[in-house]
Design a binder for this molecule. Structure first.
Ligand code: GAR
Length: 214
Protein backbone atom coordinates (compact mmCIF):
# COMPACT_ATOMS: atom_id res chain seq x y z
CA UNK A 1 0.00 0.00 0.00
CA UNK A 2 1.23 3.46 -0.89
CA UNK A 3 1.68 5.74 2.10
CA UNK A 4 -0.35 8.94 2.03
CA UNK A 5 1.95 11.94 2.40
CA UNK A 6 1.17 15.60 3.21
CA UNK A 7 3.94 18.06 2.35
CA UNK A 8 4.11 21.46 4.06
CA UNK A 9 6.02 24.26 2.37
CA UNK A 10 6.61 28.01 2.60
CA UNK A 11 8.75 28.70 -0.44
CA UNK A 12 10.42 27.36 -3.55
CA UNK A 13 9.67 23.71 -2.86
CA UNK A 14 12.76 22.23 -4.47
CA UNK A 15 12.71 19.48 -1.84
CA UNK A 16 9.04 18.89 -2.64
CA UNK A 17 10.09 18.57 -6.30
CA UNK A 18 12.76 16.00 -5.43
CA UNK A 19 10.11 13.93 -3.62
CA UNK A 20 7.63 14.27 -6.52
CA UNK A 21 10.37 13.10 -8.91
CA UNK A 22 11.25 10.13 -6.69
CA UNK A 23 7.57 9.12 -6.52
CA UNK A 24 7.32 9.38 -10.31
CA UNK A 25 10.35 7.16 -10.83
CA UNK A 26 8.92 4.74 -8.24
CA UNK A 27 11.77 5.14 -5.72
CA UNK A 28 9.16 6.14 -3.12
CA UNK A 29 6.21 3.86 -2.43
CA UNK A 30 3.89 6.72 -1.55
CA UNK A 31 1.64 9.43 -2.90
CA UNK A 32 1.44 13.09 -2.00
CA UNK A 33 -2.20 13.66 -1.14
CA UNK A 34 -1.88 17.38 -0.44
CA UNK A 35 0.67 20.20 -0.46
CA UNK A 36 -0.06 22.89 2.09
CA UNK A 37 1.59 26.31 2.12
CA UNK A 38 1.35 29.11 4.66
CA UNK A 39 2.18 31.54 1.87
CA UNK A 40 -0.03 32.07 -1.18
CA UNK A 41 2.98 33.03 -3.33
CA UNK A 42 5.09 29.95 -2.59
CA UNK A 43 6.51 28.63 -5.87
CA UNK A 44 6.15 25.09 -4.56
CA UNK A 45 2.37 25.43 -5.06
CA UNK A 46 2.97 25.68 -8.83
CA UNK A 47 5.17 22.59 -8.70
CA UNK A 48 2.35 20.69 -6.95
CA UNK A 49 -0.28 21.86 -9.45
CA UNK A 50 2.01 20.87 -12.30
CA UNK A 51 2.11 17.37 -10.80
CA UNK A 52 -1.70 17.31 -10.33
CA UNK A 53 -1.45 17.31 -6.56
CA UNK A 54 -4.12 18.98 -4.41
CA UNK A 55 -2.97 22.24 -2.83
CA UNK A 56 -4.16 24.28 0.12
CA UNK A 57 -3.09 27.70 1.31
CA UNK A 58 -3.50 28.35 5.02
CA UNK A 59 -2.10 31.78 5.77
CA UNK A 60 -1.01 32.11 9.36
CA UNK A 61 -1.88 35.81 9.15
CA UNK A 62 -5.55 34.84 8.81
CA UNK A 63 -5.57 33.30 12.28
CA UNK A 64 -5.72 34.98 15.68
CA UNK A 65 -2.91 32.93 17.18
CA UNK A 66 -0.62 29.94 16.69
CA UNK A 67 -3.03 27.49 18.32
CA UNK A 68 -5.86 28.39 15.90
CA UNK A 69 -3.54 28.19 12.89
CA UNK A 70 -2.11 24.85 13.99
CA UNK A 71 -5.61 23.51 14.61
CA UNK A 72 -6.67 24.41 11.05
CA UNK A 73 -3.48 22.86 9.70
CA UNK A 74 -4.02 19.68 11.70
CA UNK A 75 -7.64 19.37 10.50
CA UNK A 76 -6.58 19.81 6.87
CA UNK A 77 -3.88 17.15 7.13
CA UNK A 78 -6.28 14.74 8.86
CA UNK A 79 -8.96 15.45 6.25
CA UNK A 80 -6.53 14.06 3.65
CA UNK A 81 -5.80 11.08 5.92
CA UNK A 82 -2.07 11.61 5.66
CA UNK A 83 0.10 8.94 7.23
CA UNK A 84 3.32 10.93 6.95
CA UNK A 85 3.82 14.69 7.25
CA UNK A 86 6.87 16.09 5.44
CA UNK A 87 8.05 19.59 6.35
CA UNK A 88 9.93 20.84 3.31
CA UNK A 89 11.08 24.38 3.97
CA UNK A 90 8.01 25.07 6.12
CA UNK A 91 9.14 28.11 8.06
CA UNK A 92 6.67 28.13 10.94
CA UNK A 93 7.22 26.99 14.49
CA UNK A 94 4.65 24.35 15.37
CA UNK A 95 2.90 24.01 18.72
CA UNK A 96 3.48 21.00 20.97
CA UNK A 97 -0.17 19.93 20.46
CA UNK A 98 0.36 19.80 16.70
CA UNK A 99 3.68 18.00 16.93
CA UNK A 100 2.36 15.45 19.41
CA UNK A 101 -0.62 14.70 17.17
CA UNK A 102 1.81 13.60 14.44
CA UNK A 103 4.39 12.03 16.76
CA UNK A 104 6.71 9.58 14.98
CA UNK A 105 5.17 10.43 11.60
CA UNK A 106 6.48 13.91 10.84
CA UNK A 107 9.83 14.61 9.17
CA UNK A 108 11.80 17.83 8.71
CA UNK A 109 14.91 18.75 6.78
CA UNK A 110 17.32 21.27 8.25
CA UNK A 111 20.42 22.71 6.58
CA UNK A 112 23.02 21.90 9.23
CA UNK A 113 24.65 18.98 10.95
CA UNK A 114 22.30 18.94 13.94
CA UNK A 115 22.56 19.44 16.85
CA UNK A 116 24.73 22.27 15.49
CA UNK A 117 23.10 25.45 14.17
CA UNK A 118 19.40 25.19 14.83
CA UNK A 119 17.33 28.08 13.45
CA UNK A 120 18.38 30.38 10.62
CA UNK A 121 21.65 31.44 8.86
CA UNK A 122 23.12 27.98 9.38
CA UNK A 123 25.63 28.23 6.50
CA UNK A 124 27.13 31.52 7.66
CA UNK A 125 27.39 30.27 11.22
CA UNK A 126 29.25 27.12 10.12
CA UNK A 127 31.72 29.26 8.14
CA UNK A 128 32.15 31.74 11.01
CA UNK A 129 32.88 28.90 13.42
CA UNK A 130 35.68 27.69 11.15
CA UNK A 131 33.99 24.32 10.61
CA UNK A 132 35.49 22.06 7.97
CA UNK A 133 32.28 20.09 7.39
CA UNK A 134 28.65 21.03 6.97
CA UNK A 135 25.53 19.41 5.57
CA UNK A 136 21.87 18.76 6.23
CA UNK A 137 19.89 16.61 8.62
CA UNK A 138 16.60 14.81 8.04
CA UNK A 139 14.94 14.21 11.39
CA UNK A 140 11.66 13.34 13.05
CA UNK A 141 9.97 16.36 14.57
CA UNK A 142 9.58 16.89 18.30
CA UNK A 143 8.21 19.91 20.14
CA UNK A 144 11.68 21.54 20.26
CA UNK A 145 12.74 23.55 17.20
CA UNK A 146 15.03 21.66 14.78
CA UNK A 147 15.32 18.84 17.27
CA UNK A 148 14.26 15.20 17.30
CA UNK A 149 15.84 11.89 16.28
CA UNK A 150 18.05 12.18 13.19
CA UNK A 151 17.53 9.68 10.37
CA UNK A 152 20.20 10.85 7.95
CA UNK A 153 22.88 13.51 7.51
CA UNK A 154 24.67 14.54 4.35
CA UNK A 155 28.21 15.83 4.71
CA UNK A 156 29.99 18.31 2.47
CA UNK A 157 33.40 19.96 2.87
CA UNK A 158 33.59 23.70 3.50
CA UNK A 159 36.17 25.18 1.10
CA UNK A 160 38.69 27.79 2.26
CA UNK A 161 37.02 30.52 0.20
CA UNK A 162 33.47 29.34 0.78
CA UNK A 163 30.66 31.91 0.93
CA UNK A 164 27.32 31.30 2.65
CA UNK A 165 25.66 31.36 -0.79
CA UNK A 166 28.00 28.77 -2.32
CA UNK A 167 27.72 26.56 0.75
CA UNK A 168 23.95 26.83 0.72
CA UNK A 169 23.92 25.68 -2.93
CA UNK A 170 26.22 22.76 -2.16
CA UNK A 171 24.07 21.59 0.74
CA UNK A 172 20.81 22.11 -1.16
CA UNK A 173 21.91 19.63 -3.85
CA UNK A 174 22.49 17.01 -1.15
CA UNK A 175 19.09 17.75 0.44
CA UNK A 176 17.45 16.61 -2.78
CA UNK A 177 19.12 13.23 -2.40
CA UNK A 178 18.67 12.93 1.36
CA UNK A 179 14.98 13.72 1.73
CA UNK A 180 13.59 11.30 -0.91
CA UNK A 181 15.79 8.57 0.55
CA UNK A 182 14.41 8.97 4.07
CA UNK A 183 10.82 9.30 2.82
CA UNK A 184 11.32 6.07 0.83
CA UNK A 185 12.64 4.27 3.94
CA UNK A 186 9.62 5.44 5.90
CA UNK A 187 7.12 4.44 3.21
CA UNK A 188 8.71 1.00 2.93
CA UNK A 189 8.44 0.71 6.73
CA UNK A 190 12.19 0.23 6.92
CA UNK A 191 12.59 3.30 9.16
CA UNK A 192 10.75 3.42 12.45
CA UNK A 193 10.74 5.94 15.27
CA UNK A 194 10.04 4.18 18.55
CA UNK A 195 10.28 6.07 21.87
CA UNK A 196 12.50 8.70 20.26
CA UNK A 197 14.94 6.15 18.87
CA UNK A 198 15.31 5.32 15.20
CA UNK A 199 15.59 1.89 13.67
CA UNK A 200 16.53 1.23 10.06
CA UNK A 201 15.84 -2.35 9.01
CA UNK A 202 15.41 -3.08 12.74
CA UNK A 203 18.92 -1.82 13.57
CA UNK A 204 19.33 1.08 15.97
CA UNK A 205 20.72 4.13 14.15
CA UNK A 206 23.44 6.26 15.72
CA UNK A 207 22.34 9.53 17.38
CA UNK A 208 23.27 11.53 14.28
CA UNK A 209 21.76 9.05 11.84
CA UNK A 210 22.91 7.41 8.63
CA UNK A 211 25.68 9.35 6.86
CA UNK A 212 26.01 10.26 3.18
CA UNK A 213 29.31 11.98 2.32
CA UNK A 214 29.71 14.10 -0.81
C1 GAR B 1 15.86 24.00 2.59
O1 GAR B 1 17.20 24.35 2.45
C2 GAR B 1 15.60 23.45 3.98
O2 GAR B 1 16.69 22.74 4.48
C3 GAR B 1 15.33 24.71 4.76
O3 GAR B 1 14.57 25.51 3.88
C4 GAR B 1 14.97 25.24 2.54
C5 GAR B 1 13.73 25.04 1.69
O4 GAR B 1 14.09 24.90 0.33
N1 GAR B 1 14.63 24.43 5.96
C6 GAR B 1 14.87 25.02 7.14
O5 GAR B 1 15.70 25.89 7.29
C7 GAR B 1 14.03 24.53 8.30
N2 GAR B 1 14.58 24.92 9.56
P1 GAR B 1 13.04 24.40 -0.74
O6 GAR B 1 11.76 25.24 -0.54
O7 GAR B 1 13.67 24.71 -2.06
O8 GAR B 1 12.77 22.95 -0.52
Amino acid sequence: MKKRIAVLISGSGSNLQAIIDAINDKSINGEIVVVISNRADAYGLSRAKQANIATKVLQHTDYQNRIDFDQALLKTIDHYQAELVVLAGFMRILSAEFVNHFADKMLNIHPSLLPKYKGLTTHQRAIDAGDKLHGCSVHFVTAQLDDGPIALQTIVAIAADESAASLQKKVHVTEHIAYPKVVAWYCDERLKCIENKLYLDSELLSETGFKLSF
